[in-house]
Design a protein around this ligand. Sequence first.
Ligand SMILES: Cc1cc2nc3c(=O)[nH]c(=O)nc-3n(C[C@H](O)[C@H](O)[C@H](O)COP(=O)(O)O)c2cc1C
Length: 359
Amino acid sequence: MAGNIFGSIFRVVTFGESHGPAVGCVVEGCPAGISLDTEDIVRDLRRRRPGNGAPGTSARNEEDSPEILSGVFEGKTLGTPIAIVVRNTNQRSDDYDNLKNSYRPGHADWTWDAKYGFRDHRGGGRSSGRETVGRVAAGAVAKAFLAPMGVTVTAWVSQAAGIDLSGPGGPDPAGRAGKRLAELAAAGDSAGGFVSCRVSALPPGLGEPVFGKLPARIGEAVLSIGACKGIEFGAGFAAALLRGSENNDEPVPAPRPGPDSSGGDLPPGVPRLSFKTNRAGGSLGGISTGMDLEFRAAFKPVASISAPQKTVNRNGEIEEIRISGRHDACILPRVIPVVEAMTALVIADLTLQHRSASA
Ligand SMILES: Cc1cc2nc3c(=O)[nH]c(=O)nc-3n(C[C@H](O)[C@H](O)[C@H](O)COP(=O)(O)O)c2cc1C
């Protein structure tokens, strides 16, 4: 099977099925001497966990305890492959027995059979959200690499169940979204929404100008997350409705950064710029501008709903299925660290690529 490795210099392979013995990752290409603590990984895994208390998430209580098997010595990376494993301890595979021969609407069951003729049906196997444990662990390593440069990656839910959580949105939007999600869950249904993300203190110059553009790399990374249906940068699709005079970000001279600033080094003779606005979302021509990288990604409503649904079984017959088990009415709160992880992995990779860009 192709497509289990991500990145070119700072690379990760994730492994594991939802209800197999373990999930995890091997990070390859992380430079030596980076401070890395298991606690850095635990913190992000805790944010990804079901039952983390966020509205709409399920009550499963998976205890995700990462174990670093290699590549770290006395709290620092060795430059060798970093293997991180997280045992699966809270599977209830029986919940999935009735789905062995049914194709769940909105899931990858039929497409897996169409491609391989064989699948691990328990909990969605490799297409499960559980696979993202390995991504989040690898992302924690990428964040540790970026931290000394001052680069931070922050994601948040900006809209859930049609309720805007980032703008004024009326009184108590989070409470309203929580209430709507609780109603949907009670009705056996689900909702989607948007996760926004910002990368701060990103130096200018990251990203390749032809193939490997910064937004293209981020797009591939974020669209590889289950249930992600789209991504837009800066003004995004709304820019298509603006005039050039409205959309262009006006460049202004910027002071040289101080010795502790993470502004990045520019080639000799190139003036330092900033921009009055950031409708571009932090990149021009595929290369970072030095403004924050800003994007938002759309996530579909969770496919596993408990309301009865019509589908087709392995014999090609129409049937009605009921999906039992523990599922989130909205996965958005759990997607936050996954979006951060995939973004951090891309930025780490592009940072190393940029170091070989010119003499
Ligand atoms: C953290 C995370 C948790 C997820 N949990 C669920 C879930 O509980 N139920 C579900 O139907 N889909 C869940 N998904 C989404 C499915 O993995 C995804 O929708 C499915 O594999 C079909 O792929 P597609 O939606 O990308 O086409 C989750 C995704 C992520 C990233």
